[in-house]
Design a protein around this ligand. Sequence first.
Ligand SMILES: C[S@@+](CC[C@H](N)C(=O)[O-])C[C@H]1O[C@@H](n2cnc3c(N)ncnc32)[C@H](O)[C@@H]1O
Length: 219
Amino acid sequence: MALPSLEHFSYKDYDTFYEPSDDTYLLLDALDADRRFLADTVQPSVCLEIGPGSGAITTALATLLAEERGFSLMLAVDINASAATATAATAAANSVTLPVEVVQGDLANALERGLSGRVDVLVFNPPYVPTPPEEVGTQDIAAAWAGGRRGREVIDRVLPQAAALLSNKGVFYLVVVQENRPQEIMSVMKGLGLSGQTACTRRAKNELLSILKFTKAPP
Ligand SMILES: C[S@@+](CC[C@H](N)C(=O)[O-])C[C@H]1O[C@@H](n2cnc3c(N)ncnc32)[C@H](O)[C@@H]1O
């Protein structure tokens, strides 16, 4: 899937929010590979991206779904206010025809109650880089990568939220690196009632990136 136009940003803008990189492209490819599954099987009404950064994924997903079928709502929440502003700007610059609502916030904390069991497509390319724990929890550009111990501190907080947010037909795409221990994440999710698989894997520079894909396990 092509990266949306980001020509409305200057090089300097990427000092304040995440510039799309190999992880972004792998997630775009995973969503594109699932185009038919998303359009024909999931048929999403509500999509949510946590941590949209530049808005590239939010815009690409909204564009993909608009091409395939009408759906009601694309939501995005980022802890970094500059990223939230950037995401709205990218959707507008690419003339996304679907409603895109962007808010600043910590994960889905503000949305969890209202959206419980209603999110059909959930996407998160999280801060996955192992860092000292004190680097986690800022609201600036460092929030794009600082993942704390084993790069898992933000990931571990989102897992129960994802399980609560997903609709019965919902799907959750999560970017991870090897240091995050993907098999352990899958077993945590299994305990929360979601079955996981590795949608794709790619080595990029010093990172072994994977996209984990979770769906609700049949009761
Ligand atoms: C690796 S970047 C990914 C950006 C974009 N989705 C992409 O793929 O290019 C991680 C994003 O998550 C955001 N983020 C980090 N912690 C967050 C949190 N607790 N709640 C919401 N967003 C968060 C960061 O600000 C950043 O925009």
